[in-house]
Design a protein around this ligand. Structure first.
Ligand code: ATR
Length: 269
């Protein structure tokens, strides 16, 4: 396997650790590394990657939208999510997909037996991650999703994914809706190390609610520790990162890799 992750900056990306781990586990020879590409060099560097015989690459900020127009084909998930995070190269052609929704859904499924048709999710945030998560939940057949964001226009824009099923709630009123839901997901960057924490009082949250955070640095965010103290089931954010990498590895090698505690610990180091 010859692959990498493109972005700018890129040295922070954990993807090489994940793919190297799986290459070792499954005895696959190859190389997966950071590829720093400045926005202005994207097209020329991609040509170089094709020329060098890569099987494909992952895509992170700021290229997730711009890589779109360089792809020969993009699948339905990437189109709906409006971003490509994984590219497969075959016969010098680029095939783009987005595995973030798979990562989110698989992470929840791997943590517990979950019937999405019975879930009433409440999504906090309306950035790129929220878009992928909304798409994933809709694909799983969720009936209704509540959505809120500090900047309400962005939530209203995401509502267009399915205006009948997605209801936009004012950010200031989020706590009053916690008794109407049973899955709470933070997709904002609030709670990340050295940033503000997410201020939310969970008093009103339905007792059987599952609480999930996409922030994984720290793994136990204030939101998750508050939820845990109240005996809610929680799902940490690292799993989404690990699970989204699986379909890429499968596409490049033919092997669908597994997420293990050992891998999680290596990535968190
Ligand atoms: P990503 O693509 O990772 O989702 P993003 O597009 O930058 O990243 O989105 C970050 C999310 O965190 C947004 O929902 C953002 O809210 P705004 O759209 O109002 O900016 C949210 N966020 C970041 N800082 C925040 C803060 N201090 N208070 C509330 N929400 C915040």
């Amino acid at each position: 396997m010859k692959a990498g992750v493109i972005g700018y900056p890129i040295s922070h990306s954990k993807s090489p650790t994940i793919h190297q781990y799986w290459m070792d586990q499954y005895n696959i020879n190859g190389n997966y590394h950071h590829i720093e590409i400045k926005p202005k060099d994207l097209e020329i560097k991609i040509k170089d990657i094709i020329y060098q015989g890569y099987n494909g690459f992952n895509v992170t900020a700021p290229h997730k939208e711009n890589i779109f127009k360089l792809c020969d084909e993009v699948d339905a998930a990437a189109k709906k999510i409006g971003a490509v995070n994984t590219v497969v190269i075959k016969d010098q052609k680029l095939y783009g997909t987005n595995t973030d929704s798979f990562g989110f859904i698989e992470n929840l499924k791997s943590s517990q037996d979950i019937d999405f048709k019975k879930k009433k999710p409440f999504i906090l945030g309306a950035g790129g991650a929220a878009r992928a998560i909304l798409y994933g939940l809709l694909q799983e057949g969720v009936e209704e999703i509540l959505l809120t964001n500090r900047t309400i226009d962005r939530a209203e824009n995401l509502q267009k994914l399915d205006p009948n099923k997605i209801k936009v709630i004012p950010w200031e009123e989020k706590e009053t809706y916690l008794n109407k839901i049973n899955l709470l997901v933070n997709t904002t960057s609030l709670g990340t190390k050295n940033q503000q924490s997410l201020e939310i009082n969970l008093d009103n949250l339905t007792s059987n609610s599952l609480v999930s955070d996409i922030v994984y640095n720290p793994l136990m965010t204030d939101l998750l520790s508050q939820a845990k103290d109240r005996h809610h089931s929680i799902v940490t954010g690292i799993g989404m990162l690990l699970h989204q990498a699986r379909p890429a590895f499968k596409a490049w090698t033919g092997v669908m890799p597994e997420v293990t505690k050992d891998l999680e610990q290596k990535v968190l180091l």
